[in-house]
Ligand binder design. Structure first.
Ligand SMILES: Nc1nc2c(c(=O)[nH]1)N[C@H]1C(S)=C(S)[C@@H](COP(=O)(O)OP(=O)(O)OC[C@H]3O[C@@H](n4cnc5c(=O)[nH]c(N)nc54)[C@H](O)[C@@H]3O)O[C@H]1N2
Ligand SMILES: Nc1nc2c(c(=O)[nH]1)N[C@H]1C(S)=C(S)[C@@H](COP(=O)(O)OP(=O)(O)OC[C@H]3O[C@@H](n4cnc5c(=O)[nH]c(N)nc54)[C@H](O)[C@@H]3O)O[C@H]1N2
Ligand code: SF4
Ligand SMILES: [Mo]
Length: 908
């Protein structure tokens, strides 16, 4: 029986640290440790609901994976040693001061993150621009939102999403383009599901090359050829204009540039657009009709538009449709970009991209620089152009950046073209990594590792996709010596000041997150995002608020541009007439498949946090490449085969599976794998660094690749309970020599285990295998073993109290799924003994694979659900009988898909 005593007696309201929906959470704790988490019923983003990731937050963050103490390396090649905060930060300050003196301000750089809180972000910005004097501060938002920033600014004049979440419920027609919100913004998707159920006449169009779970709600799915969105949007405009479905009064009063765009749109007739996009002309016409006829038209988009060499053009081409139809600034309408990270918006507000300054200002604008310099009390701000993420890491690799400070992001996993990123980090003379988890790929390169407080342990504020600011409260103290990000930055900055501007009053005299917020907010005064009327006290009294919220305001602002006046020089919105450009790498005869990358439902980015929770691997347990069934056939491959996947930049070995949600010529690989959970440099070893000319956002959705069967006959399978994180750390390096190795937690939190699959051309040497066995605990004790050295086959199973607790199969692993099943059941049977002690490789009954867990909250597998469907249960019946889909609801689209595949037999 698990411990069910209510040991948490305190509740602190905060937010979920994952996606940009920005759900409110109630953290249950005892002042020391977090014991549970619930949705905050009073939070306007989620009204008490949480998705599969938010509701498992308390199960993540195993202390064995946390960075707990500062660690310093005193010379390349040496190991890092534990250090105190004082000596760590003094050392960092002298290295930075020395570098600045010798090589100037642009020889250092900061690479930060949309997962920082606004106060952290502000402190970093002030450090870089006011003290260090460089614009070399960029954020992972460059990989995420920078095309949306450019889109909004070019088309509407300011970086401000004009809509509210309730518009999703109030729209009559929704265009969801390049967003798999069922996985990536699940609570908004729940809200959309409920709205569509209440108002089935609401029309939903999904534009995505793949048939995702989001398509479960779609009236129309346009599976366009990758990267062809601009042509599609111009094609839709062409039809809207031809049908007279546009608002000439709105165009004439509130916009400019229409004539040029009209001319451009004439070049996008439906037949050509349909052909180019690879869709039926009838579907294109239907989409235009749905948009043109709807009283309120809303669009939602995410990485399918932003992460593209045409990202800025895609954003503006979509916004054109809203301007032409007057569908902006009113209820249920508007162009609504979904933000990825919890505080992607806060980063934009505080100016945390190299080209920005706080308060939606521009680093390239002299007046803006002077305003901010005056407010900060410094002579001037740097004029030189700062480096954006891709350029920044190129400069590091070329030796131009001598000291690099990385915070709250894992570039050695998440940037494209990883080979080069790893080279850059390896040559950089001084790398500081400010991280909550020491396990990330980037931490390996840290000369100084600074342990950061993380979710539940820090105070500040965040802004979600609908411009809503929430006060994030601290529930428990950070473990060991970890400290909040803003405090680390200010402490370092004060030490650097002593070297760079001794005797002057400190610019970093902040003793709390609140003090930073109070200073920052005045920089927004009079700007489009004016939030100078807000304070922590107001957020606490009145709840989360949407900006603008100027001084004296009584409440936030739900919608922008209701009066048709835009923050441009003329007050008019601008039509942008960018022609369609085919994607880079779209046609490469040697690499004929287009690799698309993106999210899984239950994992977050590089998995430093979600990867500590065994349960979150129940839905997808390992890195697998999806290919259209025809592509598999053509290459003589079968699901489960190991393949060599290559692009012009690098390669990976992993299994393939047949995936009929893809079209021929496409391949799909989740973005989450780096070098830790899968041997190799991860998904991004394949992707291209080419970026959009305006937003500098890289193309992460299209890379040319090819696959080939990998001939790796010697296989290893291992599973071991207990002490998962520590065993992971110890075992992972032993798999460097294998062509393929995938390591991941598995099972449920009551009994988590580490699962390993590996393969090689031939057996590794016996000493390595012995080392692995020792770490698995199958080298001695209650272990049953069978070895056939001639065939290179070996089996070991450790059984304690009648239960399997560890397994290692070598050479031949056909019994792996059967053994995993026995482990999961917590039983052994007579067959096990018979099989173990015999030369047989195949298990009794053939070894059927246990199916994946579809409903993670209630632990219901695909097999259970299919069995339920076979008994004529419909969605309600499945919910009633199996309880699947009754908790967070993240699995409902998938259950619907299973129902559609295997319909309930009609009752005679
Ligand atoms: N579970 C989970 N949720 C997350 C995250 C996570 O790691 N895990 N991360 C958060 C972050 S930071 C972000 S940015 C968001 C991302 O959220 P999304 O953008 O919704 O997620 P992705 O899976 O990256 O990509 C969305 C879709 O774009 C499609 N796509 C690819 N190429 C094209 C194209 O050329 N045109 C169009 N129209 N579509 C295309 C892909 O097939 C994919 O289904 O998710 C946030 N939420
Ligand atoms: N191929 C491909 N690559 C992609 C994408 C894609 O779709 N395809 N998407 C891109 C996008 S949109 C994004 S946003 C990026 C995300 O890429 P990253 O920013 O690299 O993603 P995370 O793994 O979330 O990194 C955040 C890090 O911060 C640490 N951390 C957590 N909390 C704290 C804290 O409070 N303080 C500090 N200092 N550290 C903390 C976490 O342990 C984690 O290592 O990936 C990009 N890369
Ligand atoms: S939708 Fe899920 S991941 Fe996103 S903020 Fe809400 S609970 Fe967190
Ligand atoms: Mo993102």
């Amino acid at each position: 029986m698990p411990d069910t005593l209510p040991h948490s007696n305190r509740i602190t309201a905060a937010t979920c640290c994952y996606c940009g929906v920005g759900c409110g959470v109630l953290i249950e704790h005892d002042g020391e440790r977090i014991h549970g988490v619930q949705g905050d019923p009073s939070h306007p983003a989620n009204h008490g609901k949480l998705c599969s990731k938010g509701s498992t937050l308390h199960l993540t963050g195993d202390l064995d994976a946390r960075a707990l103490y500062p660690e310093l390396r005193l010379g390349k090649g040496l190991a890092r040693a534990r250090s105190g905060w004082d000596s760590a930060l003094d050392h960092a300050a002298s290295v930075f001061a020395e570098t600045l003196r010798e090589h100037g301000p642009d020889s250092v750089a900061f690479y930060v993150s949309g997962q920082l809180l606004t106060e952290d972000y502000y402190a970093f910005n002030k450090l870089a621009r006011a003290l260090v004097g460089t614009n070399n501060i960029d954020s992972n938002s460059r990989l995420c939102m920078s095309s949306a920033v450019v889109g909004y600014k070019r088309s509407l004049g300011a970086d401000a999403p004009p809509c509210s979440y309730e518009d999703i419920e109030l729209a009559d027609c929704l265009l969801i383009a390049g967003s798999n919100m069922a996985y990536a913004h699940p609570i908004l998707f729940r809200r959309l599901e409920a709205a569509k159920a209440a108002r089935p006449e609401m029309k939903i169009i999904v534009v995505d090359p793949r048939r995702t779970d989001t398509c479960e709600l779609a009236d129309l799915h346009l599976a366009i050829a990758p990267g062809t969105d601009v042509a599609l949007f111009h094609g839709l405009l062409h039809l809207l204009l031809a049908d007279g479905s546009y608002d000439i009064a709105y165009i004439e009063t509130h916009t400019e540039g229409f004539d040029t765009l009209r001319e451009l749109a004439a070049d996008y007739p439906p037949s050509e657009v349909a052909h180019l996009c690879g869709i039926d002309e009838a579907d294109l016409r239907r989409a235009a009709e749905l948009i043109g006829k709807s009283p309120a038209f809303l669009s939602l988009w995410c990485m399918g538009l932003n992460q593209s060499t045409a990202g800025s053009a895609k954003n503006s081409a979509l916004i054109n449709l809203h301007l032409a139809t007057g569908q902006i600034g009113k209820i249920g309408a508007g162009p609504f970009s979904l933000t990825g990270q919890p505080n992607a918006m806060g980063g934009r507000e505080t100016g945390s991209l190299s080209n920005l300054l706080p308060g939606h200002r521009e680093a390239g604008n002299a007046e803006h620089r002077a305003e901010v310099a005056r407010y900060w009390g410094v002579d001037s701000l740097p004029e030189s152009t700062g480096l954006s993420a891709i350029e920044l890491f190129d400069a590091v690799r070329e030796g131009k950046i001598k000291a690099l400070w990385i915070a709250c992001t894992n570039p050695a996993q998440s940037l494209p073209d990883q080979q080069k990123v790893h080279e850059a980090l390896a040559v950089c003379p001084f790398v500081v990594v400010q991280e909550a988890f020491f396990t990330t790929e980037t931490c390996k390169y840290a000369d100084l590792l600074l342990p950061a407080a993380s979710w539940g342990e820090k105070e500040g504020s965040v802004t979600n996709s609908e411009r809503r600011i929430t006060h994030v409260r601290r529930a428990v103290p950070a473990p060991a010596e970890a400290r909040p990000d803003w405090a680390i930055v200010c402490d370092f900055a004060r030490r650097l000041e002593q070297q760079l501007r001794p005797g002057l009053p400190s610019l970093f005299d902040f003793d709390s997150a609140q003090a930073l917020f109070e200073e920052y907010k005045h920089l927004t005064q009079g700007r489009d995002l004016d939030l100078s009327g807000l304070s922590y006290a107001i957020l606490d009294d009145q709840g989360p608020q949407q900006w603008p919220f100027p001084a004296g305001a009584q409440q936030g602002t739900a919608r922008l541009y209701g009066n048709g006046i835009f923050p441009t020089a003329s007050g008019r919105a601008r039509f942008i007439a960018d022609a369609y450009q085919p994607p880079r790498e779209a046609h490469d005869a040697d690499f004929p498949l287009l690799l698309n990358t993106g999210r899984l439902r239950d994992q977050w980015h590089g998995m430093s946090r979600t990867g500590t929770a065994a349960r979150l691997f129940g839905h997808v347990s390992e890195a697998v490449l999806g290919l259209h069934p025809g592509e598999l056939r053509q290459r003589g491959l079968q699901s489960g085969d190991l393949v060599q996947l290559r692009s012009r930049r690098g390669g990976l070995v992993l299994p393939v599976q047949s995936d009929d949600t893809l079209r021929p010529g496409q391949a799909y690989l989740p973005m989450h794998w780096g070098d830790r959970f899968l041997k190799g440099l991860g998904t991004n070893v394949l992707t291209q660094p080419a970026f959009d000319p305006l937003s500098k956002q890289p193309e992460l959705k299209i890379s040319s690749v090819e696959v080939q069967k990998a001939d790796l006959p010697w296989q290893l399978f291992a599973l071991v309970e207990e002490d998962v994180q520590r065993r992971f750390e110890a075992l992972r390096p032993l798999f460097e020599g294998f062509a393929y190795a995938n390591l991941a937690p598995t099972g449920r939190e009551e009994r988590p285990a580490l699962l390993i699959r590996a393969a090689a051309e031939s057996a590794p040497d016996a000493a390595l295998l012995a080392q692995i066995d020792a770490l698995l605990g199958v080298d001695q004790g209650p272990v049953m073993a069978y070895d056939d050295t001639k065939r290179g086959v070996g089996k070991r199973v450790r059984i304690e109290e009648g239960r399997i607790v560890a397994v290692r199969l070598a050479g031949e692993t056909a019994a792996r799924d059967w053994l995993k099943g026995l482990w999961l059941q917590g039983t052994t049977d007579m067959d096990l003994r018979r099989w173990l002690l015999a030369p047989l490789a195949t298990p009794p009954g053939g070894g059927r694979k246990a199916s994946k867990v579809v409903c993670n909250c209630m632990n219901v597998s695909e097999d259970d659900i299919c069995a339920g469907i076979a008994q004529n249960l419909d969605l309600d019946g499945l919910k009633r009988e199996l309880k699947c889909g009754t908790s967070c609801g993240s699995c409902v689209p998938e259950i619907k898909r299973l129902l559609a595949k295997q319909p309930v037999a009609a009752i005679a």
